[in-house]
Design a protein around this ligand. Sequence first.
Ligand code: PHE
Length: 375
Amino acid sequence: MIERIAELRGQAEAEIAAAGSAEALQELRVRYLGRKAELPQMLRGVARLAPELRGAVGKAANQARQALDALIEQRSSQLGGEELHERLRADRVDVTLPGAPAQPVGRLHLLTTMRRELEDIFLGLGFTVMEGPEIESVHYNFDALNHSPTHPARARTDTFYIARPDLLAPSEPRPGQPPSPLAAEELVLRTHTSPMQVRAMEAHPPPLYVVIPGRVYRPDSDATHTPQFHQIEGLAVDEDITLADLKGTLLMFARAVFGDRRDVRLRPHFFPFTEPSVEVDVSCFHCAGSGFLRDGARCPLCKGEGWLEVLGAGEVDPNVYSHVPTSEANAPGYDPEKVQGFAWGMGVERIAMLKHGVPDLRLYYENDLRFLEQF
Ligand code: PHE
């Protein structure tokens, strides 16, 4: 019997060593160690053997069973390692390869690129960038900017007013108490970025050089007006700032955006918060300012004018400084006798339109990829 055990053990050991898969091993386990297999049968039969045989046979069978069990375990983990290795080899993916087909990547909207280009130009000239609220008080949007109480821009047809039920219809004023002063203050969607002039001065002492990009709102809608558009406000306040500084600054801007050979001109205009006020034109880059193309045709971009209107500007009206209360944040404050400054407001849509020949402002907001992907 001992011999038979040794024979079985030798045979099983050879087969286990040769097994090539987990299934094959499982089969061997059943064949040699399963309930009906010979070796376990012998173990169970030990009790029926002659007493002098029991010890030796039991020991040999037990050792054989334990040895085979361990061998199967060992071969099994060895096979598992090999299988894993093989799977890793076969599944190897090079994540650095381009996708197939290459996937289109997103891009920035033309208005975003344009805004950033403009910010960069003014950052390069020493301005810093600030932002401000789109929901604005009538105080900052109009009053502090010198708009008379009857200025047409205040009309409900020209400005989006915001109904705030909490402020406009206050709960019953308590007996003996005046109604909340807030109830008197109306809110608007800012119609320009100029309210940030006063806010910027309230927050920082002179000298001040800031540009303020942001959304503005007016109830207009046609090919050259959308109810929401973008402006970049500029404000420089220091001592001895003249209109010549404004012109030099805007000349740099015009050349950076439209080309080295551009010129700018100032035309008299009116804004309530600048004095003098100007409209600023850039010489037309399509016809080099002549108004006519080489073949003699009238330039379609400037309509033969030779100039393109790009923005409104002026010297800050001294009266605006009087709306800037002196505080700890802006000490020594803005004394109209001591400081001077200039300001401008440009439309981002308009500049991008001129620069890239965009025929209709609404294209910016229709999300048609055929349009957006050109920039
Ligand atoms: N806020 C004016 C507008 O929207 C533009 C402007 C800004 C004019 C600053 C002068 C100075 O039309």
